[in-house]
Design a protein around this ligand. Structure first.
Ligand code: MEZ
Length: 558
């Protein structure tokens, strides 16, 4: 097992006893800044400004995203906009934020449709492992939570949004618990809280290492039992407007029936999540297959400003080996309970609870400067010394707290309680997104946005566990705002898209991306729609020949 890394593993084991006694230092602000600028992918220069739309000539965007934002719609120019479905509120996105919005509309008397390009729940929410932050204890407070997140975000967070997030912690946990979410608890019944990078007190609630999955489980059940109409496998292709910049609906590609449908809505809530599957600069990702930044592209064509999209989060501990797990999340929580980050020479080169961006950059530095471990397929990573979890917390602690991790690695004959894991940063979170106000309203009237598709809340570096809180607080808030401010139904046109099409630079690129390139999944919406062929034997009684010997005996004969 991992014979190719034998020498390095021996060095790691050799330094373990000393490392158990001494923590590695957190870099000073000056050191952190220098590491970030030299090694963090956000600073690598793979970005450019846009030539069209609300952000033209301003902030820079990653090249892959910039191309999509300036791309052309795949919608045929001949598309007509008569409504196939009329609803009051159209929610686009079936992850935690969309589900929370749908639930908050219950009882309002408004008809709601929730459309998702995959199935309800297929989202980054289910990929979140380590937990959700909420200030619940006596030694904690929303103010303290706010201060931690603001420092972590390099002071760039939109403070009005951040305040709402932190003040919404306790109520969100109460709501989730009422829905049946089973957070880990201590023997005395209180919530079991862990620390995270940048939390000044333990504030992270978890369900082992499948917190997002458990949260989505209860949200999904509740949405299925609600009055919301669920449109699964409906891919949002374009937003519709009233001809005067108010968003009034959307065009979807119904994958099951291979047809385009128009939905007319009085309000649209975008909750389409992140964009890790764009795999910026060739990075692997911890994101769900649906995370291709579609909502950013759709909103941009409607005149919405985007914020902070020069900033992405590369989670320091993505799996680097075995190849089949490359990019998958190895939760930060495992570092918070003692797993150390160690280079090929057995050196504990940085404190594993440093801010995510700094730690990711420091890992990249080690690998670039020749202190990484090379896998048989040529990937380079550093060690996460997972056996230290049991050494620090008692035998069995790792298996009890991180069953998902154990399950994934044991298939490859690696027991993380006994053998360290090789890690490398993985593209994890879209720090920026659509600009929204405190009511989740975008620049386009009629269009609200919530969750990872929005930008500003987390500044330039989100702390662990603040995204699961974000989707609950702002998913519900978007719905509340819609209830109070819902416009009258407007006309359905493609005016905003047509204007955008005229002004965009010529390129062959079509967007949104819909599916990751690597998945080879594509939307073929120009194909003529064909009726399924009906076999002649099922065309009614005329085609039925009772004397045909291949027919079964008549079950109705007396
Ligand atoms: O919020 C996150 O990104 C998170 C909880 C990740 C993790 O490491 O588990």
């Amino acid at each position: 097992m991992m014979q190719w890394a034998k020498e390095s593993l021996e060095k790691l084991e050799g330094s373990r006893a000393a490392r158990l006694q001494q923590a590695a230092p957190i870099p000073s602000d000056a050191e952190a800044e220098s590491i970030l600028k030299k090694f963090h992918p956000d600073y690598s220069g793979n970005e450019r400004t846009l030539t069209v739309g609300a952000n033209a000539g301003e902030q820079k965007f990653p090249l892959e995203l910039a191309d999509l934002l300036e791309g052309d719609s795949p919608l045929p120019t001949s598309h007509t906009t008569a409504a196939d479905i009329e609803t009051d509120v159209l929610i686009i996105g079936g992850g935690g934020a969309g589900a929370a919005a749908a639930l908050a509309l219950e009882g309002s008397g408004l008809k709601a449709h929730l459309a998702t390009k995959l199935r309800l729940g297929d989202s980054n929410t289910v990929m979140a492992e380590g937990g959700i932050q909420a200030a619940l204890t006596e030694n904690d407070s929303p103010r303290r939570h706010f201060a931690d997140a603001l420092v972590g975000g390099h002071g760039e967070n939109t403070t009005d949004l951040l305040r709402i997030l932190c003040e919404g912690g306790a109520e969100s946990i109460r709501w989730l618990s009422q829905l049946g979410c089973l957070f880990d608890r201590n023997a005395d019944g209180t919530f079991h809280l862990r620390g995270g990078g940048g939390t000044s007190v333990p504030r992270v609630l978890a369900c082992r290492d499948y917190t997002g999955l458990e949260i989505m489980r209860v949200l999904k059940d509740a949405v299925r039992l609600s009055s919301a109409n669920i449109l699964e496998e409906h891919v949002a292709v374009e937003l519709l407007d009233d001809g005067d910049k108010t968003v009034t609906g959307a065009v979807f590609f119904d994958r099951k029936n291979s047809r385009l449908i128009n939905v007319s809505a009085r309000a649209v809530i975008l909750a389409t999540g992140g964009s890790g599957q764009l795999r910026l600069q060739g990075f692997p990702t911890s994101n769900h297959v649906g995370a291709t930044g579609d909502g950013l592209v759709l909103a941009y064509r409607q005149g919405c400003r985007l914020a902070f999209l020069d900033s992405y989060q590369y989670h320091p501990s993505g799996a680097c080996y075995p190849e089949a797990l490359a990019g998958q999340l190895v939760t930060e929580a495992i570092r918070s309970v003692g797993a150390q980050v160690v280079n090929a020479d057995g050196v504990h080169f940085i404190n594993e609870m440093a801010y995510r961006d700094v730690l990711a950059a420091a890992i990249i530095k080690e690998t670039r400067e020749g202190r990484g471990v090379t896998t048989p397929t040529g990937k380079i990573g550093v060690w996460l010394d997972t056996p230290m979890v049991d050494l620090k917390n008692g035998e069995g602690a790792l298996a009890k707290q991180f069953p998902g991790l154990v399950h994934r690695f044991e298939r490859y004959d690696i027991d993380p309680a006994k053998t360290p894991i090789l890690i490398y940063p993985t593209l994890h979170y879209q720090n920026g997104g659509i600009s929204v106000d405190t009511q989740c309203q975008t620049d386009a009237p009629g269009l609200w946005a919530c969750g990872e598709v929005t930008g500003g809340l987390h500044g330039k570096n989100r702390l662990m566990g603040n995204s699961l809180l974000d989707i609950l607080v702002f998913g519900r808030r978007a719905a509340e705002s819609v209830k109070e401010n819902i416009p009258e139904r407007g006309a359905l046109t493609l005016n905003s898209l047509n204007q955008f099409r005229k002004s965009r630079p010529a390129s062959e690129i079509k967007s949104p991306a819909f599916f990751p390139v690597i998945s080879k999944m594509k939307l073929e919406m120009n194909e003529p729609v064909t009726e399924p062929e009906i076999p002649s034997s099922s065309q009614g009684s005329e085609a039925f020949d009772p004397s045909d010997p291949s027919e079964p005996p008549d079950p109705f004969a007396r």
